[in-house]
Design a protein around this ligand. Structure first.
Ligand SMILES: [Fe+2]
Ligand SMILES: [Fe+2]
Length: 166
């Protein structure tokens, strides 16, 4: 079905991210398990808990809009997660895998930042002020998760990875 209005585009993007967050909730536990660095493992576990909250926020937004919550297969998130799984499989355990995982996780966060950035802008334009505020909370969490991953990489994970014996 063709989307005719900006409201349609907004809802479509919500259905997409609703699917994306659920895919991530399934993928993050294994990533946390594969992390050797305790701070990285904790960051991934803590973002898993946040992501569960983000899913609830989306349900709240659907309720406010009077729209039935539904998923639309997010091919982008599916692909990003597949790449993360491949990286985990094909890297030596330890800091090297940690560094590779951070790269995959940051790609996920950047995708989410783009999605929620758009959602906040569309909600604002469409006059869905309450929805915009709720979505902005998630946008902030995604940006924090991204910064945390950069911090870990630059603080010690990349250095440890460089020293890891081949
Ligand atoms: Fe998220
Ligand atoms: Fe995220």
């Amino acid at each position: 079905m063709k989307m005719k209005t900006l409201e349609d585009v907004f809802q479509d993007e919500l259905f997409d991210v609703y699917d994306a967050e659920q895919r991530l909730i399934k993928a993050l536990p294994e990533m946390a398990k594969q992390a050797t660095d305790p701070k990285l493992a904790e960051a991934l576990r803590s973002h898993l808990r946040e992501t569960e909250g983000q899913l609830q926020r989306l349900e709240q937004v659907f309720k406010i809009l009077g729209v039935k919550a539904q998923k639309e297969k997010c091919e982008a998130m599916k692909g990003l997660i597949e790449e993360a799984e491949q990286l985990m499989k094909h890297t030596a355990e330890g800091a090297v895998r940690d560094a590779a995982m951070i790269s995959a996780a940051q790609k996920v966060e950047h995708y989410e930042i783009a999605s929620y950035g758009t959602l906040v802008a569309l909600a604002t334009t469409l006059g869905h002020t309450e929805a915009a505020d709720i979505l902005h909370e998630t946008l902030k969490e995604e940006k924090n998760a991204d910064s945390m991953l950069s911090m870990l990489a630059e603080d010690h994970v990349n250095d440890n990875a460089m020293r890891q014996a081949a």
